[in-house]
Design a protein around this ligand. Sequence first.
Ligand code: SAM
Ligand code: SF4
Ligand code: F3S
Length: 466
Amino acid sequence: MSETVRMDDRQIEYLDLTAELMSIRKLGDEPLAYVRTYGCQQNVADSERIKGMLARAGYGFTENVEEADFILFNTCAVREHAEDRVFGNVGALKKLKRRHPQILIALCGCMMEQEHVAERIHRSFPFVGLVFGTHCMHIFPELLYKSLVDGSRLIVRDNDDKLVHEGVPTLRDGSFKGWLPIMYGCDNFCTYCIVPYVRGRERSREPDTIIAEARDMIERGYKDITLLGQNVNSYGKGLSPRPTFAGLLSEIDKIEGDYWLRFMTSHPKDCTRELIDTIAQSKHVSLHLHLPFQSGSDRVLKAMNRHYTREKYLDIVKYAKSKIPDVSLTSDVIVGFPGETREDFEQTLSLIREVGFTSLFTFIFSPRKGTPAATMDDPVSDEEKGLWFRELLAVQEEIAAERCSSMVGRIEKVLVEEKSKTEGRLCGRTSGNIIVEFDGDDSLIGDFRNVKITQARNWILTGELV
Ligand code: SAM
Ligand code: SF4
Ligand code: F3S
């Protein structure tokens, strides 16, 4: 059972004290913070809260690590590669700290919740002054102030994962696209995954708080809001009376305005027909369903502890396609899970062909210390896994290209997001989350426009304003 609490007033006082302290130290100049985020949207949303607190403490922000007074890496533990990048990038700060001893270097996020990582940081990175885990965000103001005043190292990890903290200041990165966390943690314990160990048990925010935050975002001009959780379909567990995710979605959908509502991630085991019906009947929910299948083989799905079969997955997809014409399906897939055979892998390929995903997030299995899969027999070589991985990418590329080609000639509503990297054009996304490039004026960024699709290049569309 989770409990909701307001952020302690004392923490806000610490932010004000930090502002005073830094104003004296910097002789009135604005102190600068560099915040780098690794990993998933959950971490991006956490960084937005940390930035909210830093802004309240008087910090401005810089993209240049060399000019920062406070450097924070918000880390990800999901794969070894993600961790290696963090260790490499932190190591590179050693010289900077030697040149500017007054800067404070801090690490937070999922990696820091692992004992062996915290120990390694303690041992090998003495120039890191502050380390805190995912459950300590609500005391970040106190940790920051104490580190600045005291100068001694603070390594804090807290195992209390039952509370939901509200009232934490938030500074969103975008002004028209925004993340809205509806729950934290995960109870699913897929055998390959570290997330439940580093994010704690699943706990949901109260529906009224979420709806109020969504309303506030819409009133402030947000056009694309993504509701976040590791398994949004089990939203509401532990709340009384228990709300459902479909219910929450339709309540938010009632808010007037021109906006799209997205959500991620949907776990297939809890994806109901009621949810699909809600999407089909809604005014604002985008025509996009991110539904990670991970593997097309029942044997592997069982070993992954995913609690659904290939048949059940395909059944949901069939229902979604029948109720939501043009639904754009995306997914996560893992290649090379321990014990996966060529036959299992071919089942994955055949599922990809059968569904016709718009795009896929593809991963090679990475053993995570402390998870059951890390000690399972894994006879397939890395080279073989690499070959399978490339084969899968080639199949998906073909499917994505076909899907995109079928859109040529259509007129699509597009949210204009930014200048594209090619030829100074504009770049936006359709409701199905497909990228579209077209010519237009920068002033359109942040608005919806209709675009006629004229060409498809793999998974990117090009078009012209209507
Ligand atoms: N909660 C989401 C779900 O269940 O689909 C996924 C969250 S996880 C942060 C994102 C993706 O990382 C997973 O869907 C999975 O494909 C991948 N992943 C997680 N652990 C992994 C591992 N040990 N090796 C490779 N990929 C992994
Ligand atoms: Fe990891 Fe599974 Fe939880 Fe997703 S549902 S975060 S893959 S344990
Ligand atoms: Fe990484 Fe943590 Fe997300 S491990 S993928 S940042 S929940």
